[in-house]
Design a protein around this ligand. Structure first.
Ligand code: NAD
Length: 272
């Protein structure tokens, strides 16, 4: 089916595809369907073998390795992009990492090293990328999009340091939106409901989380990669031309509920 919005003549650089289940891959497919030229940056040789065929399947000619913990590697990717395309319209940041040991028990035991690691990979990388992307986006109504989760707003057991990192990420979205707005660049985040991906497999009891979401969310289902892809397309398109600094919940409504799902009592009677 054709896309409802056209991004023909635009280009997008996507960080964070690990495999076909990645949220970033869902976004890549929607951007491609809208006519956008898409390029990828991935972490590590092993993932490259998975990302290359996916990129090829949508005719992508840009696939570069990058560890986002290293400024020189980030700068290298943007410099290669500039050489090949000259400008950039869309940047997708779908990268996060925390030590598995910090996602098991209690937040209070988070190590200093674990705290720094999660903040560096999951938050600072957005700032570093935005800084490299901005000069390529000037005068092009650029859009930067990152991925966050409800654990930034409320305590989600075992999400721990990632929740704190996502809160910092959401604040970074607002500060970046303020800094880059005068250049016409919009910066937003999608707060996605839980989706079974490689990163999610590191979170203790993820299966139970999925069940709970499905039961509690007003739409009575879990969020899909495609749901996030379509909302990302909206946020990166002129349809969202006045939207910046925003965190859009794409979670089947889960985040509006205040109490956990309990079995519904029978329909109220005339006596109440
Ligand atoms: P994923 O495992 O497919 O993607 C995470 C990506 O981060 C991988 O591609 C991985 O290679 C990359 N990454 C980790 N460390 C890196 C480094 N040092 N350098 C470069 N890349 C690195 O999982 P996903 O669920 O698609 O995650 C994408 C984003 O969505 C993350 O920010 C995640 O927190 C967020 N998110 C996920 C869910 C979910 O339930 N899956 C929900 C809300 C938000």
């Amino acid at each position: 089916m054709d896309s409802i919005v056209s991004l023909k003549g635009k280009s997008a650089l996507i960080f964070g595809v690990a495999n076909e289940r990645s949220i970033a891959w869902g976004i890549a497919q929607e951007l491609h369907r809208a006519g956008c030229t898409v390029g990828f940056s991935y972490a590590g040789e092993a993932l490259g073998k998975r990302v290359a065929p996916l990129a090829q399947s949508i005719g992508s000619e840009f696939v570069e390795q990058c560890d986002v913990a290293d400024d020189a590697q980030i700068e290298r990717v943007f410099s290669l992009w500039k050489e090949k395309y000259g400008s950039l319209d869309v940047l997708i940041h779908a990268v996060a990492f925390a030590d598995r040991n910090d996602l098991k028990d209690k937040f209070v035991t988070t190590s200093r090293a674990g705290f720094h690691l999660a903040m560096d990979i999951s938050v600072y990388s957005l700032v570093a990328m935005a800084c490299c992307a901005a000069p390529l986006m000037e005068g092009r109504e650029g859009a930067i999009l990152t991925l966050t989760y409800y654990g930034a707003e409320k305590v989600v057991k075992r999400y721990n340091i990632m929740g704190v990192a996502k809160a910092a990420l959401e604040a970074s979205v607002r500060y970046l939106a303020s800094d880059l707005g005068p250049k016409g660049i919009r910066v937003n985040a999608i707060s996605a409901g839980p989706i079974k991906t490689l990163a999610a497999s590191g979170i203790g009891d993820f299966r139970a989380m999925l069940k709970h979401h499905e039961k509690t969310a007003p739409l009575q289902r879990n969020t899909t990669q495609e749901d996030v892809g379509k909302s990302a397309l909206y946020l990166c398109s002129p349809l969202a031309g006045a939207v910046t600094g925003e965190v859009l919940h794409v979670d089947c409504g889960y985040s509006i509920m205040s109490t956990p799902a309990i079995d519904e009592p029978g329909e109220p009677t005339a006596q109440g």
